[in-house]
Write a protein that binds this ligand. Structure first.
Ligand SMILES: NC(=O)c1ccc[n+]([C@@H]2O[C@H](COP(=O)([O-])OP(=O)(O)OC[C@H]3O[C@@H](n4cnc5c(N)ncnc54)[C@H](OP(=O)(O)O)[C@@H]3O)[C@@H](O)[C@H]2O)c1
Length: 328
């Protein structure tokens, strides 16, 4: 089978499509015929050796996929060859076939095609876990989403609306903000030419945002924390800017703000039942038309390294989906 292989942690453009042996599922695992896989920011970090998890070399990147089960390992009861599924796999999805832990495999939700299914688990799972379980976002509260046209950002907007919040989307360009509005943002802020804090104050009558969703980090994080309301919750999602901010803790004390870390992958492993419940909620919202991944590009395996590079350098919007059957 063909797979996009990483032989050494380093530049993204060193990834190459190669013929590799089809893996055999072990106990508790299944083999999936990959129909679609989606690119996420952590893929760029993993291949450069900059992520907290470092897979053994060589490996294929790709953390989420949709496809058809082709073989099941020992002890797997709830999955069978021919099942149409979605899965979070950590790595290995940018390939024609991929091994997954059966516990991380779910049926493709009704009404969803493989492309949408591939783009569903990681970003929507992260944003629902963050906003509901960690941030306790309530109907009527104001949610500020940074990096709002990115993968987790767009999901946070839709989930914020589904939870009944007023959503302020913040991003770096008019195009990105137009997309944020299209998926449901009530207000927008362009942080490349507007003062984020002043605009949040103006939009909230000086109160600030009740919940801030920050996948960007860098200098934007402190500004956004200063725009967080009394007893607001600031969600640390990631550092797409490349800079982990150092925050003066008086900003938490003065307004009784909570700074809350979010690590979806670890939460899924520690509490699989909560993850299943969240995915059930998301599938229901999908059926009701409340959430739907925005797929901006479809690429072949051979073009996947360039697509990861575009995502990592701020040039992408929404989800980029890899289709192993697509000719380059
Ligand atoms: N905590 C968790 O459990 C969890 C789970 C999944 C992902 N994450 C993290 O969430 C972050 C976003 O992931 P994603 O897949 O949504 O990525 P994405 O689609 O690339 O979105 C990231 C956004 O960050 C903004 N950004 C600001 N400065 C940037 C820079 N120098 N380079 C690239 N982007 C920059 C961009 O928006 P603007 O141009 O509008 O600023 C971009 O749209 C990543 O740090 C990822 O590791 C965390």
């Amino acid at each position: 089978m063909k797979a996009l292989m990483c032989h050494a942690f380093g530049p993204i453009d060193t990834l190459r499509v190669e013929d590799v042996p089809t893996p055999v599922p072990g106990a508790g695992q299944v083999l999936i015929d990959v129909k679609a896989a989606a690119i996420n920011f952590p893929d760029a970090l993993i291949v450069q050796g900059l992520y907290q998890a470092k897979p053994p070399l060589p490996f294929a990147p790709g953390a989420e996929l949709a496809g058809v089960v082709s073989a099941v390992g020992e002890g797997v009861r709830h999955l069978h060859a021919g099942d149409r599924v979605i899965a979070a796999v950590g790595h290995g999805a940018f390939a024609e076939e991929c091994i997954a832990d059966a516990a991380q495999v779910m049926p493709l939700p009704p009404g969803m095609d493989f492309e949408l299914g591939a783009a569903f688990v990681l970003t929507y799972g992260t944003s629902l876990h963050a906003l509901q379980s960690i941030g306790a976002l309530k109907a009527g509260e104001t949610l500020l989403v940074l990096g709002a046209a990115g993968g987790v950002g767009l999901a946070a907007i839709e989930i914020g609306k589904a939870l009944g919040a007023r959503v302020i989307a913040a991003a770096s360009s008019a195009n990105k903000l137009a997309l944020a509005r299209k998926v449901g943002a009530d207000e927008t802020i362009n942080y490349s030419d507007e003062d984020l804090r002043k605009r949040v104050d103006a939009l909230t009558g000086g109160k600030g945002a009740d919940v801030v969703y920050d996948p960007v980090g860098g200098s934007l994080a402190e500004t956004a924390l200063r725009a967080t309301a009394w007893r607001g919750r600031f969600l640390v999602i990631g550092f797409a800017s490349g800079e982990i901010p150092k925050i003066p803790l008086n900003l938490a004390l003065l307004m009784e703000r909570a700074i809350l870390g979010v690590f979806w992958g670890s939460a899924v492993r520690r509490d699989p039942a909560a993850h299943q419940a969240n995915m059930g909620q998301l599938a229901q919202w999908f059926a009701q038309g409340k959430v739907r991944p925005v797929i901006s590009e479809r690429v072949a395996l051979a073009d996947t390294a360039a697509a990861i590079q575009r995502l990592a350098s701020r040039q992408a919007m929404g989800k980029l989906v890899v289709l192993p059957e697509l000719a380059a």
